[in-house]
Write a protein that binds this ligand. Structure first.
Ligand SMILES: Cc1ncc(C[n+]2csc(CCOP(=O)(O)OP(=O)(O)O)c2C)c(N)n1
Length: 562
């Protein structure tokens, strides 16, 4: 049967199992929007394309599916770029569909023309500019395959308007044929490397496993748990690896690195073996590379070969899927107990408990996060924005299940939290989705309150207002002599009134004693809700390892290393 390009696009999405998409229309994508009216796909109209990309990203991170976003040519497409880069850095499978000016005028500076393929090249895993309607179905098939396989990531498909209008016979390919792209090779286990790695594990006395997002994305929590329990190995997590092991697990050390706990960082400092699964040894994790795990051998397992030896030289590097390799490691090692090593870490844990120093009036972020944690974790997803509230959330939320915690770690994108919560809620209608945000961050995509209210998306927004771009202010306090250049947020709106203007319920809390009841009311509210928490202006996040410094120089933990 002959279909138009636009109909083919909608059909391909249906055949990929796409049920929800997020987007914003415009001239160059109108044929596709028209075709959508005859499809079963539900479209969520965001109020800014960046919101569409983050919503698709939140959708992808909290499901096993790709998230899909749509924008028109020119400014619509460029508004997606931050969201695509965010997804790329955090390995999130997003497929972005953009309209392009008609083929005959490409390259003539036509109205709303921009080279989407070129502009998104460094911000995506792959991209297509489809100039022939007969190539559309293949491009869609490949795009979904590339986004979801290997190291997942965003893919853009740019479709000129005339291509959307042309007709051709529709055949959806059964298979992809991509010479040079073979992610399935990551499933072949390099037995010799595994044997060498397991030899190091056998000899180690003080191992620490660093758990990255790769463990979460490969759904490897059962395999991780079985492996570390067999060898009694403590687990320090990156921001994205945090939800792989429940906080309550005796071997879980929480987050390491710049804002990591004193005991996680001490454990890494004193380890004789680092087993890194699915983390890229980001600088936020390693601090000064010269002093990072100086006394340790390193095993690095990653699905992406280019990660091995990129930042930290590995004694054994293995390319592969975390789920498969954790299982192979577990089979190959002998059981071991490490009472002394774990007791030493336990002493550090007691000596340096997690806390937020706050002797001033106002709400303590720790109280907020403990109250949220008390709600339990089984049916909850938390998204965050970027800043101090994000780091407090990483440090203090009790996590219980993989994909519980959704945050922009790699790019650190302010404005991510609210639209990501929209996507997470659409993908998980039965879960309680909470967006934890700051007064700077929420204003980056605050227009998405309209998306929340018009679609009756019942997300709960917990806003920590400190009247500052808090994280930057904290750095100014420590490293710029308290010269608070351009970080004071004068002119904040009354957030509760603002929410109300969008038809969203809310409340303002100023006293710590009122926090538990307010959180309970917010989380139990039927529908979206904004809780405005007034926290002291100069509350800080500790520990803080200054950029590029060794862990031993952590501020707020001066006497930590024993
Ligand atoms: C789009 C974007 N612009 C700038 C920054 C730099 N930045 C990192 S944290 C931060 C402050 C965030 O302030 P807020 O959202 O109020 O959170 P808080 O730190 O106060 O909790 C800024 C400006 C960023 N991460 N993203």
């Amino acid at each position: 049967m002959e279909l138009s390009g636009a109909q083919i696009m909608a059909k391909c999405l249906e055949l990929e199992g796409t049920k929800h998409i997020f987007g914003f229309p415009g001239g160059a994508i109108m044929p596709f929007y028209d075709a959508l009216m005859d499809s079963k796909i539900r479209h969520y109209l965001v109020r800014h394309e960046q919101g569409a990309a983050h919503a698709a990203d939140g959708y992808a991170r909290t499901s096993d599916k790709a998230g899909v976003c749509v924008a028109t040519s020119g400014p619509g497409a460029t508004n997606l770029v931050t969201g695509l880069a965010t997804a790329l850095m955090d390995c999130s499978p997003v497929v972005a569909i953009t309209g392009q000016v008609a083929c005959p005028v490409i390259g003539t500076d036509a109205f709303q023309e921009i080279d989407v393929f070129g502009i998104t090249l460094p911000a995506t895993k792959h991209g297509y500019l489809v100039k022939d309607v007969r190539d559309l179905a293949r491009a869609f098939k490949e795009a979904f395959h590339i986004a979801l396989s290997g190291r997942p990531g965003p893919v853009v498909i740019d479709v000129p308007k005339d291509v959307q209008n042309q007709k051709t016979e529709f055949v959806y390919p059964d298979e992809v044929n991509l010479p040079g792209y073979h992610p399935e090779e990551a499933e072949e286990v390099d037995e010799e490397a595994v044997a060498r790695a397991c030899e190091l594990v056998e000899r180690a006395e003080r191992p620490v496993l660093i758990c990255g997002g790769g463990v979460v994305y490969s759904n490897a929590t059962p395999e991780l748990t079985a492996f570390v329990e067999k060898i009694d190995c403590p687990v320090a997590a990156t921001l994205h690896g945090l939800s792989a092991l429940p906080t309550a697990h005796p071997l879980a050390l929480g987050m390491l690195g710049m804002h990591g706990s004193g005991y996680a960082n001490n454990a890494v400092l004193k380890a004789d073996l680092i087993i890194n699964f699915g983390s890229r040894f980001d600088d936020r994790i390693t601090g000064n590379l010269k002093t990072f795990a100086e006394n340790a051998k390193v095993i690095h397992v990653d699905i992406d070969p280019s990660e091995i030896d990129k930042n930290v030289r590995a004694d054994v590097g293995i390319v592969g899927d975390a789920k498969i390799l954790l299982e192979r490691f577990r089979e190959s090692v002998t059981e071991k107990k490490r009472p002394e090593w774990l007791a030493r870490i336990e002493r550090w844990r007691k000596q340096y408990p997690k806390k937020v120093l706050d002797e001033k009036d106002g709400v303590n972020p720790m109280t907020i996060l403990e109250c949220i944690s008390e709600r339990g974790t089984d049916d909850v997803i938390v998204t965050t924005d970027v800043g101090q509230h994000q780091m407090w959330s990483a440090q203090l939320l009790r996590q219980g299940r993989p994909r519980y915690f959704v945050t922009s770690g790699g790019l650190g994108t302010m404005g991510f939290g609210l639209p990501a919560a929209v996507g997470a809620q659409v993908a998980n209608p039965d879960k309680l989705v909470i967006a934890i945000t700051g007064d700077g961050s929420i204003q980056m995509n605050i227009q998405e309150l309209a998306t929340v209210s018009t679609n009756k998306i019942p997300v709960k927004i917990v806003l920590m207002e400190n009247k500052y771009l808090g994280m930057v202010r904290q750095w100014q306090e420590h490293f710029f002599d308290k010269r608070y250049s351009c970080t004071h947020l004068e002119g904040n709106p009354d957030f509760v009134k603002l929410a109300s203007a969008y038809g969203i319920a809310g409340a303002r809390v100023e006293r710590n004693a009122d926090v538990p009841a307010a959180i309970k009311k917010c989380l139990e509210h039927d529908g979206p809700y904004l809780l405005h928490m007034v926290i002291p202006e100069e509350t800080n996040v500790y520990p803080l390892v200054p950029s590029g410094a060794p862990f031993t120089e952590a501020i707020g933990l001066e006497d930590a290393v024993r």
